[in-house]
Design a protein around this ligand. Structure first.
Ligand SMILES: [Zn+2]
Length: 288
């Protein structure tokens, strides 16, 4: 199946009270592990690519070509969206040109008027091409490609302003942060989430910073309209732990243990296990 926009899978998720996971990719192993898990579990999936990861993989065209070819070679039949994560204005256009099926324009650092104007323009471009568009209101705290902030809460009226432009899904800060959560984290603000939901109606909401949010909070967020949850750091930590274990146990020194296909295998399996665990919590299994 060719890449699809995230629209249909998220509308279905919003109605069915489950969420589709966005799992960020960094290389071939990451992409393969996530696609295989989605297929095995018959779940829709969104592959997230940050601008930094896109650059690391030599550019968005390489990413787009790799993902499309992999879907064909692995005979993936579940819906897959290839999504730019926290895109800049220029980055959005580069990904549209490279064949991405979904983009996020992160205009949260602009004054609201400028965020509105740029988002409005991108809504038209994306609609014409059948690409889904995510917008962000109220910065998500933590580290976003080097920019560190606190767990903010979005203004529900600003959320409505952006939602009314016709975006596909909306990321609103509800006290969530990127990366590992600090020990003194106050938790998600369900008050904010409920207020945002009441303003934006059926619009699928996006929860960023899915790593380490307790399961009961995730489930409550889904019941309040969250239909897409972003997971990035958790796969990185699982990969790191499994790779460290392989090396610390000296397995790289035995026989052909140095072969990258062997060296990276435990990490890839750890990503698969993490993705499976998340899809179970999000409720997206057998929803393809
Ligand atoms: Zn994010």
């Amino acid at each position: 199946m060719a890449l699809v926009s995230a629209k249909e899978m998220l509308v279905k998720a919003r109605e069915g009270k489950y969420a589709v996971g966005q799992f960020n990719i960094n290389n071939l192993e990451w992409t393969k592990a996530i696609l295989q898990t989605a297929q095995e579990l018959n779940s829709p999936v969104i592959l997230g690519v940050s601008e930094g990861a896109g650059k690391y993989m030599t550019g968005f065209k390489t990413v787009s070509a790799m993902v499309s070819a992999m879907i064909e070679e692995l005979k993936i039949t579940v819906p897959v969206a290839l999504h730019l994560d926290h895109g800049s204005y220029d980055g959005c256009y580069k990904c549209i040109e490279a064949g991405f099926s979904s983009i996020m324009f992160d205009g949260s650092h602009f004054p609201i008027e400028e965020n509105v104007a740029k988002t409005k323009e991108l809504v038209e471009v994306c609609n014409a091409k059948g690409i889904s568009l995510e917008a962000e209101v109220g910065a998500i705290g933590g580290e976003e490609d080097g920019v560190v902030g606190k767990g903010e809460c979005a203004d529900p009226d600003e959320c409505k302003k952006i939602a009314d432009l016709g975006v596909t899904m909306l990321a609103a800060g509800i006290g969530n942060i990127h990366g590992k959560y600090p020990a003194d984290w106050a938790g998600l603000s369900f008050e904010t989430l409920e207020a945002v939901k009441n303003k934006v109606g059926k619009m699928p909401l996006v929860l960023h910073g899915g790593t380490g949010i307790p399961t009961d909070m995730i489930k409550k967020a889904i019941s309040l309209g969250v239909a897409k949850i972003n997971v990035n750091t958790e796969c990185q930590l699982a990969f790191q732990e499994a790779t460290r274990k392989y090396v610390e146990e000296g397995k790289d020194l035995v026989g052909k243990g140095f072969d990258p296909r062997k060296l990276l295998a435990p990490g890839a399996q750890a990503i698969k296990d993490t993705v499976k665990e998340k899809m179970e919590i999000f409720g997206s299994i057998n929803k393809a």
